[in-house]
Unconditional design. Structure first.
Length: 254
């Protein structure tokens, strides 16, 4: 049986919905293009927002036990960090304490060396004190009178003494009378004898002027005149030389 439906030209066929959609996609109008761009932008913004929410809610989907374990790990890390900080602070404080103790020990040692050098007569010194001038008038100064004078000055706190700007006295100084000449540490002294002393001036002076003291003996027994000056500054320039011990060594712990 033959189909009797007449052929209708393609351009005369009525438009269907499918045809209109195809034409819109293939040749969109200006308004359709604008709507498409807006839809694309809206979709991109929605995707970004979703991803941001996912980043912000990293732990939102975790179970309670997981969150407890994570918190415990963070707490443990924080505790270890605090312990390490405390250990480092203790180490720093210990180093500071050791440094302070070492500095104090060095300062004490340096002060002791300085004191010993002064007492041994190894360095020039300056300070307040006396200048004692002993002038022979009607007699000769005896070695005993000089020794008494030096000993009384030491007792009164003399820290350094010097005869005639050339002989520095120390604990081991020796006095001798050789053929009528006075010698101190092997050096002959000539009158007048000038003894310069460093120490508290008034105390030193008092140590010489008590009844039957050194000044009294020098004046009444030796026929000498004694002049004493209290000075705010006395310079003692002479020094002694010492030999390094050949056999003696410091004991254990010294």
């Amino acid at each position: 049986m033959r189909d009797e439906t007449p052929d209708v030209p393609e351009q005369e066929r009525p438009d269907t919905g499918r045809d209109r959609l195809v034409r819109a996609l293939m040749k969109p109008s200006r308004s359709q293009a604008v709507v498409g761009v807006l839809l694309a932008a809206l979709g991109f913004a929605a995707i970004v927002q979703v991803r941001t929410n996912q980043l912000d809610d990293t732990y939102s989907g975790r179970r309670e036990q997981d969150l407890i374990e994570i918190l415990g790990g963070l707490t443990g890390t924080s505790d270890r960090a605090r312990r390490e900080i405390s250990r480092l602070e203790d180490t720093r404080n210990q180093l500071q304490s050791d440094t302070s103790a070492r500095s104090a020990a060095i300062e004490q040692a340096e002060a002791r060396v300085e004191t010993l050098n002064i007492l041994a007569g190894l360095v020039p010194v300056t300070g307040p004190g006396l200048r004692i001038t002993i002038t022979e008038e009607t007699g000769r100064v005896s070695i005993d009178s000089l020794l008494d004078t030096v000993q009384e000055l030491r007792t009164a706190g003399a820290e350094a003494m010097e005869f005639n700007d050339e002989v520095r006295l120390a604990a081991e100084s020796s006095f001798n009378d050789i053929d009528g000449n006075l010698e101190v540490d092997g050096q002959t002294l000539e009158a007048p004898y000038v003894l310069e002393v460093i120490g508290e001036p008034h105390t030193l002076h008092s140590g010489l002027t008590f009844p039957s003291g050194p000044i009294s003996s020098l004046e009444t027994q030796d026929g000498s005149r004694v002049d004493v000056e209290e000075l705010t500054s006395v310079d003692i320039e002479s020094i002694r030389t010492t030999d390094r011990p050949e056999f003696a060594q410091p004991g254990d712990g010294q």
